[in-house]
Design a protein around this ligand. Structure first.
Ligand code: DHB
Length: 391
């Protein structure tokens, strides 16, 4: 069969892209090796920029207005107290607590409602002929093999992207940064400990107190990348968390830990985000460390730009549109790379840090929170930048 756009991946990036394309009358197909249930049950970040919320409200679902929570600021804990960054006051914007699994559910429901072609649980995925008319091969959940020809193929297939790997080495550049720590993430049955998120730096490391619902909370603490979740009892987890937030004046409401995972931590970009008639979007092209919750927001911003440029390429037969994609998307990608790296380096402690390193870090935090310019710089980045313009 033949379709204008074939999309490998049916996570938030892939599904938002097919949604945006459908709205301008361009047909597409999404495939994913995971089942819908598996994606729904994968816990990811929980914070949306205003721009990401607006994309959901534009024809996907308005559930975010009912089930999401507007957060007008965050608390930065360090040096014995909390320092509030008031987003509303500083930049007239907010962030929204609305977990990625809910974004996914809304998008999957919207594609179904609008008659989108989305195939979950496929196997044997491969892509070919990327310099000409790309082909996407897969076996569907019923065991039937398919070959789809497309004008354009999009790799929105996450951090272990097969599409990214299909780009010859000589045709791409990869940028990496590794960190000497990871995050231990938990879901706990407890009431919220605070009305807003707490990013807390202590000499024992970093902790983030986030939320999910009135009865389920999401929290993270800095850990060794080789940490094993089985070595952490509930008591040890609450001990690690309180040790990092209590010195800054916060108290945790505790309860049974119902889920625990160690999250990988790295920065990665592959450029260009195009190879022939294949385009990469979201985690397939770049990864950020979780501090600041930019990953999902960046993926949605990518496909917003990509949908605009694909529409021009397909309807206007203007191929330079696809070259513009990398340039426009990377503008935001590198800002988010810097922001995520900066938030990480400002709040995490290093095992072999000197006394100087620790005092300097506190100096940086004092400089940012003690100045309106500093607070506004952080608030602007956290709530999200405008999308780079076409011209
Ligand atoms: C969450 C994760 C983040 O990385 C962050 O910066 C804020 C919130 C979360 O999962 O709730």
């Amino acid at each position: 069969s033949r379709v204008p756009v074939a999309i490998v991946g049916a996570g938030p990036a892939g599904l938002m892209l097919s949604h945006l394309l459908a709205r301008v009358g361009i047909e597409s197909i999404n495939i994913d090796i995971r089942s819908r249930k598996e994606i729904e049950e994968t816990h990811r970040a929980g914070i949306l920029e205003q721009g990401s919320v607006d994309m959901l409200l534009d024809g996907v679902s308005d559930r975010v207005l009912r089930d999401g929570h507007r957060h007008d600021g965050i608390e930065l804990g360090f040096g014995g107290e909390g320092h509030r960054i008031n987003f509303r006051e500083l930049v007239g914007a907010s962030a929204y607590l609305y977990p990625q699994t809910d974004v996914f559910i809304d998008l999957a429901d919207a594609r179904e409602r609008d008659g989108g072609d989305v195939r979950f649980s496929v196997t044997d995925v491969s892509v070919d002929d990327l310099l000409g008319s790309p082909v996407m091969r897969f076996t569907d959940a019923d065991g039937v093999a398919h070959e789809v020809r497309a004008d354009y193929l999009v790799g929105a297939d996450g951090s272990r992207s097969i599409c990214r790997q299909a780009v010859p080495e000589a045709e791409r550049t990869q940028y990496f940064h590794e960190y000497p720590f990871a995050w231990f993430g938990i879901l706990a049955e407890a009431p919220p400990s605070s009305p807003e998120l707490i990013y807390s730096r202590s000499d024992d490391g970093f902790a983030l107190i986030s939320q999910r619902t009135e009865t389920i909370q999401r929290m993270y603490f800095q850990c060794d990348p080789k940490a094993n979740v089985d070595d952490y009892s509930d008591d040890r987890i609450w001990d690690e968390l309180s040790k990092r937030v209590e010195p800054n004046g916060f108290t945790l409401k505790t309860g049974p830990v119902v889920q625990k995972t160690v999250l990988p931590f790295r920065s990665f970009v592959q450029t260009p985000m195009r190879y022939g008639n294949m385009l990469l979007a979201g985690d397939a092209a770049h990864t950020v460390p979780p501090t600041g919750a930019k990953g999902l927001n960046l993926a949605l911003a990518d496909v917003k730009v990509l949908a605009e440029e694909l529409e021009i390429a397909i309807k206007g037969k203007d191929l330079s549109a696809l070259d513009r994609y990398t340039e426009r998307a990377l503008d935001r990608v590198w800002k988010a790379q810097h922001f995520s790296y900066w938030m990480t380096s400002m709040l995490h402690t290093h095992e072999n840090a000197t006394v100087f390193d620790n005092r300097r870090q506190l100096g940086e935090l004092a400089m940012v929170t003690g100045s309106e310019h500093g607070r506004r710089y952080l608030a602007e980045a956290y709530t999200g930048w405008p999308i780079a313009r076409k011209d």
